[in-house]
Design a protein around this ligand. Structure first.
Ligand code: SF4
Length: 368
């Protein structure tokens, strides 16, 4: 399978200028392209009125914009919407739009399926199918209905972002550059189980916030529900984060981050509470010991039942008690509101297994 034409959505400004020069066009046409595609969200070359017709025709012979509308949508009673987008390799991913008052968060996917195999996650059950390119990642953000109202983007959909880091970082560059969407990096959060090499690169090359999927504080127990623990121990992950001044708490409890960094980057740890598995006092104490050196937040998440799963969620009271215990021991802890469970859009429920088994030419820019 190969793409009919190269896509422009996802290219950096310098890549767009180089692409124009290769066609013997002036480099500034690349700047015009970037402005039309990223600022004005153009879906077609005909919209680009300050580029001559002749040059637009030449560009359209060699390139596609790369935009593709959602093929399906489901809408929850709580206002959350889930969209199915085609990818350039003929697969499909799900994207979740979560409005909340004057905020709107988009949960984007970076892979079709996932290699990490977390036992409580539908995407993990799907297994790994393929990785998305920057065009596929950005298309979810640019083409989702309500895109212009987005206030936050989280890479918490299907896939492990640090297992597909180049396209994730390239998408972030488009979203945060002046020539792109010009967003502050603090409005973007990338979630990971802690893939070590990717984590280090992410910290060096981006200023976005980080969320670590923790879910169990005791390594041997964590490995039973998250096989990735065997390769990327949570203890090593936290040890590495402690070396990063952005996240280190001062010895007397004060924040030692510099002014600039503290405004840019936050770290949170995601923790699904499972009945009898990680919800006891010993687990809370282990969490406190593990995370106390960090200036971080713990997000407690309700477990959303998946078919044939041995896991059970906990009561509201248990969630509250667990949060209060962590908070009273100095860990800033919140309970994350559960959204979109009725349309299988909540945390851990995304899967495109069925669609990817029947893959085909769904993306308008794709020959399959
Ligand atoms: S929880 Fe995240 S890392 Fe784990 S299998 Fe699901 S998508 Fe992959």
């Amino acid at each position: 399978m190969e793409s009919a034409k190269e896509c422009l959505l996802g290219k950096t400004l310098s890549q767009m200028r180089e692409a124009c020069v290769a066609l013997r066009l002036p480099a500034f046409v690349g700047s015009q392209l970037s402005e039309w595609i990223y600022r004005h969200r153009a879906k077609d070359f005909d919209e680009m009125k300050n580029i001559s017709k002749k040059n637009r025709e030449l560009l359209s012979q060699h390139f596609s914009i790369g935009r593709a509308d959602a093929l399906q949508s489901l809408h929850s009673v709580d206002g959350t919407s889930k969209y199915l987008f085609p990818t350039l390799d003929g697969n499909f991913v799900e994207t979740v739009y979560i409005p909340d008052g004057d905020r709107a968060t988009l949960c984007v996917s970076c892979q079709v399926g996932c290699k990490m195999g977390c036992a409580f996650c539908m995407t993990g059950r799907q297994g790994f199918v393929s990785s998305l390119c920057a065009t596929d990642i950005l298309n979810q953000i640019f083409s989702v209905p309500g895109s212009e109202r987005l206030t936050n983007i989280v890479f918490m959909g299907q896939g492990e972002p640090f297992d597909n880091l180049d396209p994730v970082l390239q998408s972030i560059e488009v979203l945060t550059s002046e020539w792109g969407w010009n967003w502050s990096p603090k409005r973007i959060t990338v979630s990971s189980v802690g893939v070590r090499k990717g984590l280090q690169r992410f910290l060096n090359e981006s200023r976005c916030s980080l969320a670590i999927s923790l879910h169990h504080p005791i390594p041997e127990e964590r490995a039973k529900i998250m096989p990735a623990e065997r390769a990327f121990s949570i203890v090593d992950v936290v040890e590495g984060l402690k070396q990063c001044p952005s996240f280190r708490r001062g010895t007397v409890g004060q924040d030692v981050r510099n002014e600039d960094e503290s405004r840019q980057r936050r770290i949170s740890f995601e923790y699904i509470l499972f009945d009898g598995l990680n919800d006891q006092r010993q687990h809370a104490d282990a969490l406190i010991r593990l995370l106390r050196p960090l200036d971080c937040r713990v997000n407690l998440i309700r477990f959303h039942t998946i078919p044939d799963s041995p896991f059970k969620g906990v009561s509201e009271q248990k969630m509250t008690d667990f949060r209060n215990y962590l908070t009273s021991h100095g860990l800033f802890t919140t309970i994350r509101a559960s959204r979109g469970e009725d349309i299988m859009a909540a945390c851990g429920l995304l899967s495109t297994k069925e669609q990817s088994e029947n893959k085909g030419k769904a993306h308008p820019e794709k020959d399959v």
